[in-house]
Design a protein around this ligand. Structure first.
Ligand SMILES: [Fe+2]
Length: 265
């Protein structure tokens, strides 16, 4: 998680509503239109079903209560407004309480194509549809509970599991490779890149994932696939912390990316 942000989340007013400007709604509208086109034939069925359920407005940023009504009904989840950046403690605490943190700001037009920080478009378009799926929701809840209870050095391992599933997860289906990770689904560049033949795509083994280093500022050189969304439910029932202990014993894999240039900030 980055240490500072140039963005500030918008505070809800007395009615609990966030007042978005015309320009902010316009940015949302253009992001949604572009990404809906981009994910055709690429997003998994569960995501598309979830998208229908949450019934996202295309012309304006939705208010969080609109999403909460659907999430509450489907899986008992909620979205919670948070500042642009929150620490791991707060992140895990929210997930452990079935609250998905949503930073209530949207990217500026200058950063329309790429934004490293998660804005409201990433959080809602990328993640909320999947949170209507019971297996995905259970996995995310379990992850929050484990992370909240875990020590700092174990959280780093758990973070890899989240990264390669909730953020950058792929699924092998009878129709071909499909995406369920919100980090990909909210990024036109990465959605295309997954199918470019460039990245390595391996079947997900929890122990392997826990041992795989990643960088947040590049296209992922490696993705892991599940075979069905219920695989996430099965993982949520595993003794994940035992796998973390094993991963710590075995150590990390060699990174598949060059070291970050220390001169670049
Ligand atoms: Fe995310």
């Amino acid at each position: 998680m980055a240490k500072s942000s140039k963005y500030t989340s918008k505070q809800p007013n007395e009615q609990g509503l966030i007042e978005w400007t015309e320009e902010e709604n316009q940015i949302w509208s253009e992001l949604v239109a572009r990404q809906l086109e981009c994910i055709k034939g690429k997003a998994c069925d569960e995501y598309l079903e979830g998208l229908q359920k949450i019934n996202l407005p295309h012309d304006r940023i939705p208010q969080l209560h609109e999403l909460n009504e659907v999430l509450e009904r489907e899986t008992g989840w909620q979205v919670a407004p948070v500042p642009a950046l929150i620490d791991f403690d707060e992140f895990f605490r929210l997930l452990a309480n079935k609250q998905f943190p949503v930073a209530t700001f949207i990217r500026s037009r200058e950063e329309f194509d790429y934004l490293q920080e998660p804005d409201i478009f990433h959080e809602i378009f990328g993640h909320c549809a999947m949170l209507t799926n019971p297996a995905f929701a259970e996995f995310t809840h379990k992850y929050g509970q484990l992370g909240y209870a875990a020590e700092k050095k174990d959280r780093v391992y758990l973070a890899r599991l989240y990264w390669f599933t909730v953020e950058f997860g792929l699924m092998q289906t009878k129709d071909g490779l499909r995406i369920y990770g919100g980090g990909i689904l909210s990024s036109p560049g990465e959605t295309q890149y997954v199918y470019s033949g460039e990245p390595e795509i391996n079947a997900l083994e929890v122990l392997d994932v826990l041992r795989t280093p990643y960088r947040i500022d590049i296209m992922q050189p490696l993705y892991y696939t599940i075979n069905a969304i219920d695989d996430l439910f099965d993982i949520s029932q595993m003794d994940i912390m035992a796998q973390v202990r094993k991963a710590k014993e075995l150590g990390l894999f060699e990174p598949k990316f060059p070291p970050k240039n220390k001169l670049a900030s």
